[in-house]
Design a protein around this ligand. Structure first.
Ligand code: NDP
Ligand code: MG
Length: 386
């Protein structure tokens, strides 16, 4: 049966790979609505190829630019957060894939859940900042969140045929990112280009930096806590530099089930789109274990990767703390990418923001948004005036 998809963030790294999966299976998937930010050139290409009925863009300026460039008048163009939400709940869509970057993805996710779309979730900030609200709403509306993050997809795959009650531990693997073999002292003067050079995965800029600090893994620990209803003491992280074992589930009998494959985001994307079925993925590279040779695993040094320790702390404290973690990190990474702060200062600003914040238990959506804004302001002011 044809699955109709609203794809949010179509011009991004995950968005483009989602389009690639759709391109490989024209009999199974169709894009009915899509959104992008401001990359009109890429967006227009995707529109011409996939012919969605609705397109949402970041703002009115982009909308005007797109309208001038488009020849077809059958496609509605909408803009802003309202437009993004319109795309997320598009009536003809069965599934909403959220591949936008950052906490702007939260409201569209909630709206899509209310509209009872099945949700493919790449936008991890959604679960980190408002996991309690998102999961409660999903439960209320009987909607399943299908993870697109490779680790969470691996866990979902390793859980098939089993009950969550029989799980004793989730083990997330981390590649260690661009600087996995450097000491903390060697990180003092690393450049933006060094940080953007990830050894295994090709991803968007922000998540590549998050991989280098291991904040990405920290966000994923919080994401796993919500997706699989698992307490933090039952979520571990192990360094695994080959990125072949994508994550593992330990059961009460100490048996461990893992999912393996060559690192390629199209695998988890397609699994979310076709779940619970599996389709062929012709473009994927077969995993020949004899070519991989040996696989390595290492305990994480929490001093060296201080961001991961901060994420665990924020997750365990709960309430509004994960929102502060995420917002401070987004702001700090932005300033790092703009060349305003050094690499190691990212974790310093995140820590300062967490320390300054008075935790609010069970924050509602409005409180989350206020905390998010206040945190960004705090980090921005410190960086601009320092
Ligand atoms: P990218 O930066 O590559 O893409 C982000 C997408 O969101 C683009 O289409 C961009 O549009 C759009 N966008 C950004 N800001 C806005 C805005 N204000 N309004 C509307 N649209 C906006 O990110 P990734 O694809 O790397 O990541 C997307 C999400 O998936 C993130 O949450 C990330 O953590 C998660 N993820 C990514 C993985 C990866 O391999 N890349 C792996 C696992 C999770 P435009 O460029 O046109 O402005
Ligand atoms: Mg991941």
């Amino acid at each position: 049966m044809m699955k109709h998809i609203s794809l949010l963030g179509a011009t991004g790294s995950i968005g483009e790979q989602t389009l690639e999966v759709v391109r490989l299976h024209p009999e199974a998937f169709q894009i009915t609505a899509m959104s992008f930010g401001q990359n009109v050139e890429k967006g227009l290409k995707a529109i011409n190829e996939f012919k969605p009925k609705l397109v949402a863009v970041k703002n009115d300026d982009v909308k005007k630019e797109l309208e001038q460039a488009m020849t077809s008048k059958d496609i509605s163009i909408v803009s802003g957060l309202e437009g993004l939400i319109e795309a997320a709940v598009y009536p003809d869509s069965d599934m909403t894939v959220n591949a936008v970057l950052g906490s702007i993805g939260l409201e569209p996710t909630l709206a899509a859940i209310e509209a009872r779309k099945s949700i493919g979730i790449a936008n991890k900030e959604t679960l980190v900042t408002a996991g309690h609200i998102v999961m409660e709403k999903a439960k209320e509306h009987g909607v399943q969140l299908l993870p697109i993050d490779s680790e969470h997809s691996a866990i979902l795959q390793s859980l098939q045929g089993h009950n969550l009650e029989d799980v004793s531990r989730l083990i997330l693997t981390a590649s260690g990112g661009s600087f996995r073999d450097r000491t903390k002292a060697e990180l003092e003067n690393v450049t933006i280009d060094d940080a953007l050079n990830h050894p295994n995965w090709s991803m968007g800029a922000k998540i590549t930096i998050d991989s280098a600090t291991l904040m990405n893994k920290g966000l994923e620990v919080i994401e796993a806590h919500w997706l699989f209803d698992m307490p933090y003491e039952k979520i571990d992280v192990v360094l695994h530099k080959e990125s072949i074992v994508h994550s593992l589930v330990e059961y009460h009998d100490k048996s461990v089930i893992a999912q393996l494959g060559s690192p390629d985001m199209k695998g988890p994307i397609q699994y979310a789109l076709s779940y619970p079925e599996r389709l062929e993925l012709a473009s994927a590279k077969r995993l020949n274990l004899w070519e991989a040779g040996s696989l390595h695993f290492e305990k994480v040094d929490m001093d060296r990767f201080h961001s991961l320790a901060l994420a665990y702390e924020a997750g365990i404290t709960g309430g509004s703390m994960p929102t502060v973690l995420n917002a401070a990190n987004e702001a700090a990474v932005h300033h790092f990418l703009e060349g305003r702060i050094r690499f190691l200062e990212i974790e310093e600003f995140v820590e300062q923001a967490l320390q300054k914040h008075q935790v609010i238990p069970f924050p509602d959506l409005q409180t989350i948004q206020e905390v998010d804004r206040a945190t960004r302001r705090f980090v921005n002011e410190r960086i601009i005036t320092s």
